[in-house]
Write a protein that binds this ligand. Structure first.
Ligand SMILES: *[C@@H]1O[C@H](CO)[C@@H](O)[C@H](O)[C@H]1NC(C)=O
Ligand SMILES: [Zn+2]
Length: 306
């Protein structure tokens, strides 16, 4: 009895260890994909990504996002971490690039950017617009001024991620600096340097129109710490660049079948949309005028009384 109990315990420990190992090597496959991610990834109520549908979206008066220091040129380190390709090191620049405005509270410093994609053109982005996907999506991750990463992850507004959709076209400028180095980071663990990158080149020429909502990281532990800013205007990626991305390999040494997380329920959240221009016509003659009127009045009331 005693010996069988202890061998049972031993077996249990093995199981836990095996589970521990498999949960550490999360991915996007059948065995380690989003359905198997634990914690907030399963239980959270403000998860990302989402499908942006008109019925869940309100026009809102928000100031533009200011991209400060995004015109500088300096170096970053590119890494294949087995889940994506990410470029980091902006926080060590002399003038650290940051964002403000966009209904954010304070400054958020750029930490890194990375991409999500699929093997076919009809999928790849994490967010969807009216049920439709773009072939890829870029995430510029920013951390709130004065917080450590640990602190940022425990606050509802610790991070601000700017999401940019990628559209296939002839112009390869936006991803030029990165794509020249992609063949050096094909395998998980590979690392290389980009000597010169200008963060502004990763943004569309028009950043005035965007969607705004409260969400999470899209990878484990899916921390619900992100103020999302999803730019309405996409940037371009050439077919060649996209094919390069599709050759990037994951932790298991295989090409990513995809590395985007499926969309999740809003659970009552509303999405705010800032149009490129606040023209009177749009607000006064459209069916949105009443909801905008209410939004404006309630924000005035909120400022007056709270
Ligand atoms: C990338 O990683 C692979 C596998 O670990 C290794 O063989 C290769 O030398 C690395 N390439 C570079 C450029 O570091
Ligand atoms: Zn991402």
């Amino acid at each position: 009895m005693h010996s069988s109990l202890s061998s049972f315990t031993f077996y249990l420990i093995l199981l836990v260890q095996a589970y521990g190992v498999s949960s550490a090597s999360w991915g996007y496959g059948y065995k380690n994909g989003p359905q198997t991610w634990s914690g907030a990834c399963q239980t959270g109520l403000r998860q990302t990504p989402i499908d942006i549908r008109t019925m869940d979206t309100d026009y809102a008066l928000m100031d533009r996002v200011n991209f400060i220091g995004y015109d500088q040129v300096a170096g970053v380190t590119v890494q294949n971490n087995g889940h994506t390709v990410s470029a980091a090191g902006f926080a060590e620049w002399d003038k650290k690039p940051y964002i403000s405005g966009g209904a954010l509270d304070g400054k958020y410093y750029l930490q890194q950017f990375h991409l999500h994609w699929g093997q076919q053109d009809h999928e790849g982005s994490e967010h969807k617009i009216g049920g439709l996907s773009y072939p890829a999506e870029l995430h510029l991750v920013h951390q709130k001024d004065g917080l450590s990463l640990g602190e940022a992850l425990t606050r509802g507004d610790g991070l601000a991620v700017v999401g940019v959709f990628l559209n296939i076209a002839e112009n390869g400028e936006p991803l030029a600096a990165l794509s020249q180095k992609l063949n050096e980071v094909i395998y998980s663990g590979n690392e290389t340097e980009i000597e010169k990158i200008r963060p502004r080149s990763l943004l569309p020429s028009l950043t005035d129109a965007f969607y705004r909502y409260e969400g999470s990281l899209t990878t484990p532990a899916c921390s619900e710490a992100v103020q999302w800013i999803l730019l309405a205007e996409p940037i371009t990626v050439t077919r060649n660049q996209l094919e390069q991305l599709r050759k990037i390999r994951n932790t298991e040494g295989e090409e990513h079948e995809s590395n985007f997380r499926p969309t999740l329920p809003l659970n009552g959240r509303r999405i705010r949309f800032r149009p490129a221009q606040y023209d009177r016509l749009r607000f006064c003659s459209s069916s949105y005028s009443i909801s905008l009127f209410i939004t404006v009045i309630s924000s005035i009331l909120a400022k007056t009384f709270f």
